[in-house]
Design a protein around this ligand. Structure first.
Ligand code: ADP
Length: 503
């Protein structure tokens, strides 16, 4: 099982303030999700309705006119011949004597068209018998100059007939002669049906538009409800979290990946905040405990010197030594805390230089000589010579010292600690192994955290402050060196650092 710490510049977690009421910052003028959704969906749907209706209209007009033109072209030829014959020979026998008006009305009915015969002045020649002469209706009907103008506009000499679009109708026009005068034939196929269909379509479009607005209102409020409700719930819980309630459980809706992710992120933030909060409390408890024990001892032994051992040099020296040791422990604790806060706040600049790690590691190990000589610890050392790297010598020394110190503290009954420095391609690897209880898998990540101390308190030969590994982590991350720990419960742990090789 190997856990390697990624080197990353993690942001300092600022200690959380005691519970405060959450007061939202002044809000900018904002629109609700529902209104936004509604506007967007409604506009889009209206646009689609409009587009459909325009294309339908264009298609309808086009095909209707095409059909009317085709029909009038076919019917026009037959009617043209009939009228030509009528003007020359008179109408068929059934319409005799010479009832042209009657025959034209018959043709109108048969072909469902309007046939007009117009003279060169734009006056109506036939059919004129269905209106009373002299009435305004008659005058209006009688005056066909506009139709004549349109006809002449389209007419081309030499053609037998012409087809064009007139006022609300499709027109088949031709020039005929009767008694040596020119007569203009005008056969109109009404587009009235198309106009009616179009205006019905317009009404339907407006109705459809209204329906769409209402429908989108319903859809938007349903969709907005689906989105807004979980968001409102998340916001309300985030407020509670901001006020220091770490029991809140964020769960977005079961739908919507983004909502689920948001809820997951908030849960993660809650866990981290609650961890920092817990660790902070533990730090205060640990630090007070660590400060209190030596202070109590210092006070106790100082009192003993004053009251009892002052006159006995041997005892007095022994008690004074205890006072000195405890004061050292206090100083180490304060020193570690200062170091850590300096490194983590970035105040301490790295003094980079080329370091002969092989020699320097030996120097670091020499500081543990008293444990080997007086306490029976065994250091099994395997250091390859001449391995150089670029680093801040003092800080790296401190990191290695902490790692070896931990191995001493946590190694097993055999009191053995294995240290090695080995070349590996472009790098070389420092490793320190102990034979202790190892570290549980679930604790592997946490041990590097500031304030973290395992629940088990050891009687340790190297004074620990609970900040050792945080210092190691901060120093190595600042150097961007890879490092990590491999551990097996019951067998021991190996902490390692990979150094880039110089040259
Ligand atoms: P301290 O050792 O003073 O408690 P550290 O920051 O050095 O603080 O270590 C944090 C925790 O990591 C320790 O309390 C211990 O539980 C665990 N730990 C560190 N090194 C080892 C090791 N070599 N073997 C087992 N556990 C270790």
């Amino acid at each position: 099982m190997a856990k390697e710490q990624k080197t990353k510049k993690s942001k300092e977690k600022t200690p959380r303030q005691p519970r405060r009421r959450f007061s939202p910052r002044r809000r900018r003028q904002s629109t609700s999700i529902f209104f936004l959704l509604w506007t967007v969906i409604a506009l889009l749907s209206l646009f689609i309705v409009l587009l459909l209706s325009v294309s339908q209209r264009t298609l309808l007009v086009h095909s209707y006119k095409e059909q009317a033109t085709r029909e009038i072209a076919e019917q026009g030829v037959d009617i043209h011949e009939e009228i030509e014959r009528t003007l020359q020979d008179g109408p068929p026998p059934a319409y005799q004597p010479n009832n042209v008006n009657g025959y034209i009305r018959f043709l109108n009915k048969t072909y469902n068209v309007e046939i007009l015969l117009i003279d060169e002045d734009g006056r109506l020649l036939y059919p004129t018998d269905n209106l009373e002469v002299g009435t305004p209706e008659y005058e209006k009907y009688y005056d066909q100059s506009e139709n004549l103008r349109l006809f002449l506009e389209h007419w081309q000499e030499g053609e037998r007939a012409v087809i064009f679009e007139g006022e609300g109708e499709c027109v088949y026009g031709a020039k005929l002669t009767q008694y040596d005068r020119t007569v203009y034939l005008h056969i109109g196929k009404s587009l009235q049906l198309m106009e009616t269909t179009l205006s019905r379509l317009a009404v339907r479009t407006v109705l459809l538009g209204l329906f769409v607005v209402v429908l989108t209102f319903a859809i938007s409020s349903a969709v907005a409800g689906l989105l807004v409700n979980p968001l409102t719930e998340l916001t309300e819980k985030a407020h509670r979290l901001a006020e220091g309630d770490f029991d809140v459980d964020f769960h977005g809706a079961d739908y919507g990946r983004e909502l689920v992710e948001l809820a997951d992120s908030l849960n993660f933030a809650r866990d981290e905040l609650s961890k920092t909060d817990r660790m902070q409390k533990e730090l205060i408890a640990n630090v007070s405990h660590d400060f209190k024990t030596p202070l109590t001892m210092i006070k106790g032994y100082a009192s003993m010197i004053v009251e009892i051992s002052g006159d006995n040099p041997e005892k007095r020296n022994k008690h004074a030594q205890i006072i000195i040791d405890e004061a050292d422990r206090l100083a180490a604790l304060v020193g570690d805390m200062l170091d850590l806060s300096k490194i983590q706040s970035g105040l301490a600049q790295l003094q980079m230089e080329s370091v002969d790690m092989s020699a320097y590691l030996q120097e670091v190990l020499d500081r543990f000589a008293y444990l080997r000589d007086a306490r029976g610890y065994q250091f099994v050392v395997d250091i390859e010579k001449g391995l150089h790297t670029t680093a801040d010598k003092l800080k790296i020394g401190q990191a290695l010292y902490n790692l070896v110190g931990n191995a001493v503290n946590y190694t097993g009954e055999d009191k053995r600690v294995y240290i090695s420095l080995k070349e590996e391609g472009d790098t070389f690897r420092f490793a320190v192994r102990d034979t202790g209880k190892g570290i549980k898998k679930e604790e592997l990540n946490d041990i590097w955290e500031r304030y973290y101390r395992s629940s088990e308190m050891h009687k340790r030969p190297v004074k620990g402050t609970g900040l050792g590994l945080s210092i190691v982590k901060s120093v190595l991350e600042r150097h961007a060196f890879r490092f990590g720990v491999e551990s097996e419960v019951g067998k021991g742990s190996t902490f390692f650092v990979i150094f880039p090789k110089n040259g």
